[in-house]
Design a protein around this ligand. Structure first.
Ligand code: PLP
Length: 353
């Protein structure tokens, strides 16, 4: 479809397509990397006690309480913290604020498929850098002279993490460009680059409450970096939407941050389930990439990923299939509860015979 009323850019967009969100709830959903566990109990208590009358007012446009809580949590200053309506919004602002340069930006050939979408929206030129044969990122292939670099660590949909010294080398090799590290999955076993912020004025770290904090429905993301980078994001945000974080999201996020024990428990349970699931998949003849995230990328020795995806869907289990070069024979499987994982394994045993 097109229309003479559209601005020219609309025709040129190739919008991101998220994993299916069936509204009938009859699937075991292992396709969008949501948490199998509820948000911290304090989040439910916050919602129950929320004064509806307060919705009459606009929220704090600067989300100061939330930014202060995140700053304290990570040992940063308020001026080094930005929050947005999901990390997708934070990333969009970062692309516009920090990556719209004359030289092309760089990111891996296999990575989060929203990156090319932002490039089209903001008309940013990019070049992709191939992962190696084992789907690993080669840091030294990110040569200076680029307009910026964005890397998901752990990478998606491979799940493979880079150690912190590799990120440090990437930053040191590219002092003239902004390097964005998208840490959507960092809490499942990788090292955060936040501690490198004091040494590198070109580093922006982006995180989300959607995965490890079980709050995908709340829409909350954050960015961390030295004050001038955060100020750039604030200027874009304040030219776009003064109130991206609503009052409920502010209150629930604070409650989530306050319950550190629950957070640690949930992420450890997912890590344990991931290791069990990886072993079981290997015993069913899947090659499974080493994951530090809450999903596994797996490829069966004989059966095509697309066929398995469809058969699992018929059996009521949704996993993610990407019809894309290099990964079109792989399935991305979210680590669910142990019950979810067992259901998946039972179905796979039936399908594989
Ligand atoms: C899930 C995800 C995001 C986006 O998360 P939000 O729900 O928008 O906070 C960003 N980057 C990667 C790599 C992701 O997988």
């Amino acid at each position: 479809m097109t229309s003479k009323f559209w601005s020219p850019v609309v025709d040129q967009l190739d919008p991101y397509v998220p994993g299916e969100q069936p509204q009938d709830q009859q699937y075991t959903k292992l396709n969008t990397n949501e948490s199998p566990y509820p948000p911290a109990p304090a989040v439910a208590a916050t919602l129950a006690a929320f004064d509806c009358e307060a919705l009459r007012r606009y929220p704090d446009p600067e989300s100061l309480a939330l930014r202060d809580a995140l700053a304290a949590y990570h040992g940063l200053a308020r001026e080094q913290v930005f929050v947005g309506n999901g990390s997708d919004e934070v990333l969009a602002h970062a692309f516009q604020a920090l990556l719209q340069k004359s030289a092309p930006i760089l990111y891996p050939d296999i990575s989060y498929s929203f990156y090319p979408v932002y490039c089209a929206l903001y008309r940013i030129e990019y070049a992709t850098v191939p992962l190696d044969a084992e789907f690993r990122i080669d840091i030294d292939a990110y040569r200076p002279g680029n307009g910026g670099i964005i890397i998901a660590n752990p990478n998606a949909p491979t799940g493979i993490a880079l150690p912190l010294d590799a990120i440090r080398r990437l930053l040191a090799n590219n002092r003239e460009s902004v390097v964005i590290i998208d840490e959507a999955y960092v809490d499942f076993g990788a090292e955060s680059a936040i501690r490198l912020i004091e040494d590198f004025d070109n580093l922006l770290v982006v995180q989300t409450f959607s995965k490890s904090r079980s709050l995908a429905g709340l829409r909350l993301g954050a960015a961390f970096g030295q004050a001038p980078l955060i100020e750039a994001l604030q200027r874009i945000k304040n030219s776009f939407n003064s109130y991206p974080i609503d009052s409920l999201a502010n209150a629930c996020a604070l409650a989530s941050i306050a319950d550190e024990d629950y957070f640690q428990q949930c992420r450890q349970r997912i890590i344990d389930s991931r290791e069990r699931l990886a072993e079981s998949l290997a015993s069913l003849d899947f090659k499974v990439l080493p994951s530090q995230s809450n999903f596994l990328l797996a490829s069966h020795a004989e059966r095509s990923a697309q066929a398995l995806y469809l058969e699992l869907k018929n059996a009521g289990i949704l996993v993610r299939y990407f019809n894309k070069p290099r990964i079109d024979n792989w399935l991305r499987i979210t680590v669910g509860s142990d019950t979810d994982c067992d259901r998946l394994l039972d179905s796979l045993r039936q399908i594989l015979g």
